[in-house]
Design a protein around this ligand. Structure first.
Ligand code: PRP
Length: 181
């Protein structure tokens, strides 16, 4: 086994566990949408591009994939939940069955913003899906599909980054505290 990158403390979720859970979520979505002609998966850039690709390839229900990009306003503003839309969908979602796909929900501010914004566009239905969720007491937004709960440490891999690094690791790992503190 190759040595871990020196920034990494330990692996939290192995590649095969992730792939197994992604397949389970895809099967769950297939079951829930078996009566539906077409689903729209909306992947949230950048973090969710890997999960969205794997989920899409494992789903059998007919679906299209579109993307949005969201950015927080910066450390100070983001603490009150301010986020900004920096790339919008190609097509309207009016009367479409939509699933928003995130890599991680932490404070829930981003998913809450997405949920409110997309509900305002009159989809036929809107569900939320995240592969990872930080342990929190309460969130303002419903999460319909959740892959794994994570401890409150900085995690990287499978789309998650630290300063745009480590996104393409096939597993999820905790970063060493001295790297980010
Ligand atoms: C991450 C993640 C979510 C958001 C979750 O994105 O992909 O979009 O943070 O955090 P929240 O629940 O506290 O709002 P990030 O801002 O790191 O951008 P990136 O996906 O482009 O790396």
């Amino acid at each position: 086994m190759p040595a871990l990158h020196p920034d990494i403390d330990r692996i939290l979720i192995a590649e095969d566990q992730i792939q197994k859970r992604v397949a389970e979520i895809a099967a769950e979505i297939d079951r829930d949408y078996q009566e539906v002609d077409q689903v729209v998966l909306i992947g949230i850039l950048k973090g969710a591009f890997i999960f969205t690709a794997d989920l899409s390839r494992k789903m059998t229900v007919p679906h299209s994939v579109d993307f949005m990009a969201i950015s927080s306003y910066g450390d100070l503003a983001s603490s009150d939940g301010a986020v900004r839309l920096i790339l919008d969908l190609r097509k309207p979602i009016t009367n479409q069955h939509v699933i928003v796909v995130e890599d991680i929900v932490d404070t829930g501010h981003t998913m809450n913003y997405l949920y409110q914004t997309l509900m305002g566009r009159s989809p036929a239905s809107l569900k939320t899906c995240t592969l990872f969720k930080k342990k929190r007491d309460s969130l303002d937004v419903p999460l319909d599909y959740i892959g794994f709960e994570l401890p409150d440490v900085w995690v990287v891999g499978y789309g998650l980054d630290y300063a745009d690094k480590h996104r393409t690791l096939p597993y999820v790992a905790a970063l060493k505290k001295e790297v980010y503190s």
